[in-house]
Write a new protein. Structure first.
Lengths: 244, 229, 273
C-alpha cells in the first residue's frame, strides 16, 4: 500500500485549495430543457461537477402489475459515467449508485403530486458526467428542475447542497478532494418554500455544535442554488412570453 | 382578497398566488388555505379562478376531447389507441363483425371523440366523427399548447389552412396531422406549427405567424385575411 | 417538439412510412433535408477534465459523449508488443424512451463492437507505441461511449466522438523501464481516422443519417466505415430487411462522399483527419 499524505485543505487565512473561502459555493451553471427527446431535462454544473437529469412520463406503468391504483410510481436512477471519477468506475450500478438513487427518489416523492396520475410511472434519470464532489445534491437539484420542465405538478422545487468539515472548519460545497480527506460530508436537500428537509445524510464525525452550524451554512447555500434554479426556469420560459 | 401575481406573470411551483382557497383553479394547489402554483406557467384569472397555464405537460383526457391516436392493439372487445401519454384509450366494439368493418390495423392513425375518462380508463366513441386517417404527416406538440394552435374560435388554425392550402387536423392530446397539395406547402405549415409551439405565449402571435407564412409561401397563395401588409 | 417518433413502440405508423417514401421519390425528406445530407454536426473535445480524452458530438439532436480512461495493464499474450483498448457503449435511458436502464442490451453491444471494429480494422491507433515493457506492461485504453440524446443514427456520431476523444487523449508518460516520468505526458499515437456513414434504404431509395422517425420507416439500414484512403474497414447491416445487390455500388459511393465531408469538419475541429 502506498502511503497517502493528506494535503492541507485550508490555509491559515481560511483559503481552500481552489481559492474559495469556507462559505463559498463553486461557480454554478444551471440550464433547463437541454435534452430534446425527454419530456423534461436539466443540466447542473457546480465547479467540475457536471450532471444531467431527464424525466420521462407520466407514462403507463410497465409491467402493469406494478401500477398503483391511486398514484404514479416514481422511478429514479442515479448513475455515473465510467470516466466521471479519478479512478475509472466499473460499468453497471454500484451499491453506492443504488443507494443514492433511492434517497434522491424519496426526496422527489415528497414534492411531486403523484396522486394526479394513478396507475402511471414517472422515470427520472440522473447522469453524472463528471464527479468532483456534491454529485447527489447537484443531481437532485437537476432532477427537480427536469420534473418542473416536464410540467409535472409539484409542491415546489428542491434545492440541494452539501456541507463538510475539513481541517476542523465547517465548509460549504466540498469538492472531491475535500470530501476525501475531510472529516465529514453532509448532503442536504431542501424544499425551500416550506423550509423542510427532504434529503439528509452524514458521512463522518461532527460535534453537535458543528452539526448545527453545518445546517445553518447549508441554508445559505440552498438559497443561492434555489435562486439560480428559478432564474434558469425563468430564462427558459420567460423568453417565450416576451412581448413581440 | 389579495392576489400575489401580475396577469400572465411566469410563476414556478410553490409560488404563492392567492390567500383564497376557493379560487384555486387548474395548475394550482391549496395548502393551509392558500393557493400555490403547481407547475411552471403563466398565472392568470379565468372565470374568477386563479390558474396556471402550463407551458409543457402531459395530456389529461376529458370527455368531449377530439383526439388523434395510433392503433396499438386490436382485441376482441375493441381497438386500443395510443394517445402519446400515460393513458391508452379504448374504442369499444359491439361484436367481431363491427371490429372487422372498421378495417383497422396496428399502426393506423385514427381521429375520435373521447366519450369518457375516469376510473374505467379512456373510452372513445364510434360515431360519425370517427375516422381513419389515410394520409399526412403526424406531428406531436405539447398538449398544453394545442389551444393556441387552434386559436380563438379556430382563428389560428383556419388562417394556417387558408394560407398553406393544407388540410390540418388537431387532436387535443397533442397530435397533429398535416396533409397538403405539395411538400413545400406541408413544410410551410409544419414550420408555422413549430413557431406557434415555440412562441405559444407571446403576444401578437397571429400576426407573427401570418408574416412568417407569407414569407415562406410568398405570393403563391393569396389570402383574404383582411391584412394586406 | 418533433415528428411523432415511435421511440417507445414496436410498430410503424403507416401513413408516416408512406409519406417518407413519397417525399424521397421527389428527392425530399420529412425534415426538409435532401436524401444525401447529414444533419448539422457539432464536435467538442476535452469536455470532461477527469477523462484522459473526451468528446461531445451531436448530429442534429442525437448527442454522444465519449470518454477515455487510461490504465496500465498487461498485453495480450499473442500481441506482447501492443497496447490494449476496449470499447463499451451505453444507450442511456435518459436519451430515449426506448432505452431501458440496466446492462447494455444487444443494441449497445452492437454499437460498441462496430466502433471497435472501425478503430481496430481501420488501424486508427499505433498500438505498438502504447507498449511500455513488451509482454509485461502496456497502456490500456477504455473507450466508453454514452448516448445522451437519441434522435436516430447513433453510429456515426459515436465513431466521430470516439475518434475525436482518441485524437485529443493525453496519457502519462512511462519510461522503457516502467517508471513514471513525472510531469510528462504523451498523446495517443493516431495512424488513421476511420469514420462512418449510415445509410437508410426504402425500397429502391437511399438516404443518409436517418433521424428517428425515418429510422422507424426504413426497410433496412447499413453502416459503412472507411479509412482516410477510402478503404472499407467495417460494415454493419444493422436492421432486418433486404438490400438489393444493385444498390451496393451506390451505397459505397454515397458513404465515401459523405465521409469526406465529415472528415473535412473533423480535421478542422480536431486538427487531424
Amino acid at each position: 500500500m502506498t502511503q497517502v499524505i493528506k494535503p492541507k485543505l485550508i490555509d491559515e487565512n481560511g483559503i481552500r485549495l481552489d481559492g474559495r473561502g469556507p462559505t463559498d459555493l463553486r461557480p454554478l451553471r444551471i440550464e433547463v430543457s437541454v435534452l430534446e427527446k425527454s419530456d423534461g431535462s436539466a443540466y447542473v454544473e457546480l465547479g467540475k461537477t457536471k450532471v444531467y437529469a431527464a424525466v420521462y412520463g407520466p407514462k403507463e406503468a410497465h409491467p402493469k402489475h406494478l401500477a398503483i391504483p391511486d398514484r404514479a410510481i416514481l422511478n429514479c436512477r442515479y448513475h455515473m459515467t465510467s470516466f466521471s471519477t479519478d479512478e475509472r468506475k466499473i460499468l453497471g450500478m454500484t451499491r453506492r449508485e443504488i443507494e443514492l438513487s433511492k434517497v434522491i427518489r424519496e426526496a422527489l416523492e415528497s414534492v411531486v403530486f403523484l396522486e394526479e396520475f394513478p396507475r402511471s410511472a414517472i422515470d427520472v434519470f440522473v447522469e453524472v458526467v463528471q464527479a468532483d464532489g456534491g454529485t447527489r445534491t447537484a443531481g437532485l437539484t437537476a432532477a427537480s428542475l427536469a420534473l418542473a420542465d416536464a410540467g409535472i405538478p409539484m409542491r415546489e422545487l428542491i434545492a440541494a447542497v452539501a456541507v463538510g468539515k475539513v481541517d476542523g472548519t465547517i465548509i460549504l460545497d466540498p469538492s472531491d478532494i475535500e470530501d476525501k480527506y475531510g472529516e465529514a460530508d453532509m448532503p442536504i436537500g431542501v424544499a425551500p418554500e416550506s423550509n423542510t428537509i427532504v434529503l439528509l445524510q452524514l458521512n463522518g464525525k461532527m460535534t453537535k455544535d458543528e452539526f448545527r452550524r453545518g445546517l445553518e451554512l447549508a441554508r445559505v447555500g440552498i438559497q443561492k442554488i434555489y435562486q439560480a434554479q428559478r432564474e434558469a426556469l425563468r430564462r427558459k420560459y420567460g423568453a417565450s412570453t416576451t412581448e413581440v | 382578497m389579495p392576489i400575489y401575481f401580475n396577469d400572465r406573470e411566469i410563476v414556478l411551483p410553490g409560488q404563492l398566488l392567492s390567500d383564497d382557497s376557493r379560487r384555486a383553479g387548474e395548475g394550482t394547489y391549496v395548502m393551509d388555505g392558500k393557493v400555490y402554483a403547481a407547475t411552471v406557467g403563466a398565472a392568470t384569472i379565468r372565470d374568477g379562478k386563479v390558474e396556471v397555464i402550463t407551458f409543457r405537460g402531459p395530456y389529461k383526457p376529458a370527455a368531449g376531447d377530439m383526439i388523434i391516436g395510433v392503433v396499438s392493439d386490436i382485441k376482441p372487445i375493441g381497438v386500443e389507441v395510443d394517445l402519446g401519454g400515460h393513458v391508452t384509450a379504448l374504442l369499444k366494439v359491439k361484436n367481431v363483425k363491427e371490429l372487422a368493418s372498421l378495417d383497422l390495423k396496428v399502426g393506423d392513425v385514427v381521429y375520435a371523440r373521447v366519450s369518457s375518462s375516469g376510473l374505467k380508463g379512456v373510452l372513445l366513441e364510434l360515431n360519425e366523427q370517427f375516422k381513419k386517417i389515410n394520409e399526412g404527416v403526424l406531428l406531436r406538440m405539447t398538449p398544453t399548447k394545442i389551444p393556441r394552435l387552434i386559436g380563438k374560435r379556430g382563428s389560428m388554425i383556419n388562417m394556417l389552412k387558408k394560407i398553406t392550402g393544407c388540410n390540418i387536423m388537431v387532436g387535443t392530446n397533442g397530435f397533429v396531422i398535416v396533409n397538403g397539395p405539395s411538400p413545400a406547402k406541408e413544410f410551410a405549415a409544419i414550420s408555422a406549427i413549430r413557431l406557434i409551439e415555440r412562441e405559444a405565449h407571446s403576444q401578437g402571435l397571429t400576426d407573427k405567424v401570418m408574416a412568417y407564412l407569407s414569407k415562406l409561401v410568398g405570393g403563391e397563395v393569396s389570402h383574404d385575411t383582411g391584412d394586406k401588409a | 417538439m418533433s415528428f411523432l417518433p415511435l421511440k417507445e413502440r414496436s410498430f410503424t405508423i403507416k401513413i408516416m412510412s408512406e409519406k417518407i417514401y413519397k417525399l424521397l421519390q421527389q428527392g425530399k425528406r420529412i425534415d426538409e433535408r435532401s436524401p444525401y445530407e447529414f444533419r448539422k454536426i457539432t464536435m467538442q473535445t476535452n469536455v470532461v477534465e477527469k477523462a484522459n480524452g473526451s468528446a461531445l458530438v451531436s448530429v442534429g439532436s442525437t448527442r454522444i459523449l465519449t470518454g477515455i480512461k487510461v490504465e496500465l495493464g498487461t498485453p495480450y499474450s499473442d500481441r506482447p508488443n501492443e497496447g490494449v483498448f476496449s470499447v463499451n457503449a451505453e444507450l442511456l435511458p435518459l436519451a430515449s424512451k426506448s432505452f431501458e436502464p440496466g446492462p447494455p442490451d444487444e443494441r449497445g453491444i452492437e454499437l460498441a463492437r462496430v466502433v471497435d471494429r472501425c478503430i481496430r480494422e481501420g488501424k486508427a491507433i499505433d498500438l505498438e507505441k502504447l507498449c511500455i515493457i513488451p509482454g509485461k506492461m502496456v497502456y490500456v485504453l477504455y473507450i466508453d461511449i454514452y448516448v445522451l440524446d437519441y434522435d436516430g443514427n447513433y453510429f456515426d456520431p459515436s465513431v466521430m466522438s470516439a475518434m475525436a476523444a482518441l485524437a485529443t487523449c493525453t496519457i502519462p508518460k512511462y519510461s522503457a523501464t516502467g517508471e513514471r516520468v513525472e510531469g510528462e505526458n504523451i498523446k495517443v499515437p493516431i495512424r488513421d481516422v476511420p469514420l462512418s456513414a449510415t445509410l437508410g434504404i426504402i425500397r429502391d431509395r437511399l438516404l443518409v443519417d436517418p433521424c428517428l422517425v425515418e429510422e422507424e420507416s426504413l426497410d433496412t439500414s447499413i453502416v459503412v466505415c472507411l479509412d482516410s484512403a477510402s478503404n472499407v474497414v467495417a460494415i454493419q447491416k444493422n436492421s432486418p430487411g433486404h438490400i438489393p445487390f444493385s444498390l451496393m455500388e451506390s451505397i459505397i459511393n454515397v458513404a465515401e462522399e459523405q465521409i469526406s465531408k465529415i472528415r473535412a469538419q473533423f480535421k478542422e475541429v480536431v486538427g487531424i483527419g
